[in-house]
Design a protein around this ligand. Structure first.
Ligand code: ADP
Ligand code: MG
Ligand code: MG
Length: 210
């Protein structure tokens, strides 16, 4: 029911916030190589603020919790990643209005991906979070809709796909965001936003596994 789903969302939020806090200096190192060294702090601050609102969120429906997480990210994460993550999470939360099921989770993932691409204008190969997100979302959707896998197995496959997407960013030249200012000097570095996307998916999987 809605209460169980809301608790699952709140647990996921705690796990994502904790993972991003753990990875703060790693993400900052990645962003210092091809950006302005704030991605770790941005992500930790944004999801940390959202997790601090757990008590407020206890009153809400699951889709409203997700919507408010997005809002909190928009107002607490500066830079490119804040509005991309926050705005897209907020927009995609409407897909969860009728509850969280295998089908609505696929719709959420697809709407989230579309919004990130729409807002940021990045495609696969631009060396951004989209490089982790596209294979993850496509794998998740296919695993559920074509292979009839349960959401947990589908998410595990999506995490593997995101991991390959992150590795794929290393040899690319950045076409979007700050890293694109470096032109060919961005080659050989792993994209911070693709990496934080992977960490978020891993934290969601860890939540679902417990
Ligand atoms: P900023 O670059 O403004 O300091 P962050 O460091 O928090 O913001 O985030 C950088 C990450 O944001 C990049 O590693 C990349 O994955 C992602 N990003 C930047 N611009 C775009 C874009 N136009 N579309 C998709 N993702 C982007
Ligand atoms: Mg940055
Ligand atoms: Mg910045």
């Amino acid at each position: 029911d809605a209460e169980t789903e809301r608790d699952a969302v709140l647990d996921a939020l705690d796990n994502v916030a904790a993972r991003l806090a753990d990875e703060k200096s790693y993400l900052t190192d990645l962003d210092s190589a091809i950006g302005d060294a704030d991605h770790g702090a941005n992500m930790q601050r944004g999801f940390g603020k959202a997790a601090e609102k757990r008590d407020e969120f206890e009153e809400l429906d699951p889709n409203e919790v997700v919507q408010n997480v997005g809002k909190t990210l928009i107002s607490n994460v500066g830079g490119a990643a804040g509005p991309l993550y926050g705005g897209s999470i907020m927009f995609a939360s409407q897909e969860l209005e009728d509850g969280i099921t295998a089908d609505t989770s696929v719709a959420f993932a697809e709407t989230y991906l579309d919004k990130v691409k729409d807002r940021g204008g990045a495609e696969v190969g631009s060396k951004t979070m989209v490089d982790a997100l596209v294979p993850a979302v496509h794998t998740y959707k296919k695993s559920i809709e074509q292979d009839d896998l349960p959401p947990l197995s589908a998410l595990a496959k999506a995490v593997d796909a995101a991991e390959r997407g992150v590795a794929f960013t290393v040899p690319l030249k950045a076409l979007k965001g700050r890293a694109s200012f470096l032109d060919w000097r961005s080659v050989g570095h792993q994209d911070p936003g693709a990496t934080s996307t992977l960490f978020i998916l891993e934290a969601l999987l860890a939540t679902a596994e417990t």
